[in-house]
Design a binder for this molecule. Structure first.
Ligand SMILES: NC(=O)c1ccc[n+]([C@@H]2O[C@H](COP(=O)([O-])OP(=O)(O)OC[C@H]3O[C@@H](n4cnc5c(N)ncnc54)[C@H](O)[C@@H]3O)[C@@H](O)[C@H]2O)c1
Length: 431
């Protein structure tokens, strides 16, 4: 069903996608930077890193970056909230030794804190905030000539995805690195398994069942002194405008594999079912607690995507791939064809470290990595599924890509927050 071509970040097809992406999103021309990034070919220069979003993942990403290259220092921290920043600063200063070089005047907070990071002399920024803010942070970082590590998902709505596609072109034109936090693409076992599937190990690939069935997550409560905006941004997971909903925030890891199996070619359309059965109280904002989406590609390939966050239910996280000659369990690194079973038995370094090893290697070698197309497409794949579940309508890729639904307020300030409305299929309209 698929042509057997090697998958490479530098393939001409991917470059074609990168150059057409800008056209697809309105054709705004991106141009070379007035101050291109410094070249670090010697390998011994100290690379300076700034972290934006000092929560769980941001603190982890900073550690991964420091593990990846001994000539790297963390010099800037930024978070929406001073208490999060302080907590992260104390932890990292204890664990990083001389690689921790953050001075007090290089710590920034608030909605505009990221602008100070861009003005600083860091070479690399780690974008690890709540997803809603990623498109603006990504654009600012690349315009400032910084290399980027960009956590998933990269947006919560189509305007955000379109912005990220433009930023992807900017990175490409200016030879800046853009490494995505879709970490399974950097996992040796998953990469080997996916490559074998793409090379024909299970014959023609017909379908994938993507399960992400887990328990519920955290809630951070409410304090009387918090404005509604502070309450929502601290409990960002439960508000669609901040997280994209859990099928975008979390299931994207699986949906990205469906995109990968299709060599990052987008699907034609999808339909979906979803709702909230356990998380019905006000504290759970407006996201659903389950989604089931069926995506279809022009080739006939289908992805059956199931995700649930409910307590006391069966859990399972796996990618079940079905082909004409066999099947594969991607996270188990296992492929079965006839009576033969292959299992990946190679090295298993932390995929989170590998992301940063490859980022710094690429900066130092002057051969940039740009994961912008797949991180944007996989984000839209997830958003498209949410749109289908929320509206009850069939949604095409073109509808999703051109959607005018803009969830993130243009002006961000403490005080009121977006209205919390729960989507009802058949009533909620596609925008
Ligand atoms: N790749 C992975 O395996 C993986 C794992 C966990 C989380 N993540 C992703 O990382 C991101 C963060 O998740 P987390 O678990 O660390 O959440 P978290 O709540 O622990 O941290 C988010 C941090 O970002 C800060 N923040 C929010 N908006 C900001 C803004 N505008 N400017 C500066 N700081 C801001 C918050 O105050 C908070 O400290 C999410 O996009 C999530 O999907 C990825």
């Amino acid at each position: 069903m698929f042509a057997k071509e090697p998958v490479s970040d530098n393939s001409s097809r991917r470059n074609f996608l990168a150059s057409t992406a800008a056209a697809a999103v309105g054709g705004t021309l991106v141009s070379a930077l007035a101050n291109p990034p410094a070249v670090h070919a010697a390998g011994s220069d100290i690379l300076k890193v700034g972290l934006i979003g000092c929560g769980g993942r941001g603190s982890g990403a900073a550690l991964n970056a420091m593990h990846a290259d001994e000539n790297v220092q963390l010099t800037v921290l930024c978070d929406l909230f001073p208490d999060y920043l302080q907590h992260c600063k104390e932890n990292l200063s204890r664990t990083l030794g001389k690689q921790f070089a953050v001075k007090d005047d290089h710590c920034f907070t608030g909605f505009d804190g990221y602008k100070e990071v861009m003005k600083s002399d860091v070479d690399v920024v780690l974008l690890c905030t709540t997803p809603a803010f990623r498109p603006v942070h990504l654009k600012a970082a690349l315009e400032a000539g910084k290399h980027v590590f960009c956590e998933k998902p990269v947006a919560v709505d189509a305007p955000g995805v379109r912005s990220c596609l433009q930023s992807t072109s900017l990175a490409s034109v200016n030879k800046l690195n853009l490494v995505s936090g879709l970490c399974w693409r950097y996992d040796y076992g998953v990469k080997a398994t996916m490559q074998k599937i793409l090379d024909g190990a299970i014959g023609d690939v017909l379908a994938v069942q993507e399960n992400y069935l887990t328990n519920p997550l955290w809630h951070r409560g409410r304090k009387p002194e918090w404005t509604e905006m502070e309450y929502q941004t601290r409990n960002w997971y439960y508000f669609t405008w901040l997280s994209g909903d859990h099928n975008v925030e979390q299931h994207i890891h699986s949906l990205d594999k469906a995109m990968w199996l299709n060599r990052d070619e987008p699907p034609v359309s999808c339909f979906g079912l979803g709702g909230r059965q356990q998380r019905t109280e006000e504290q759970w904002g407006n996201i659903y607690d389950h989604h089931a989406v069926c995506y279809e590609w022009a080739s006939g390939f289908k992805c059956f995507a199931y995700t649930r966050q409910m307590k006391d239910c069966a859990t399972d996280v796996e990618d079940y791939v079905f082909g004409t000659k066999g099947k594969a369990l991607v996270l188990k690194h296992e492929i079965t064809s006839g009576t033969e079973t292959w299992k990946y038995r190679g090295d298993k370094p932390s995929m989170y470290d590998v992301e940063h090893v490859e980022l710094f290697k690429a900066i130092r070698s002057g051969k940039p990595i740009n994961n912008g197309i797949y991180m944007s497409y996989s984000t839209l794949l997830a958003i498209m599924g949410r749109m289908a579940c929320y509206t009850g309508q069939k949604v095409t890729w073109e509808m999703a890509m051109n959607s005018q639904e803009s969830l993130v307020p243009e002006k961000l300030e403490w005080g009121a927050a977006p209205k919390v409305e729960i989507a009802v299929p058949g009533i909620t309209k596609f925008v």
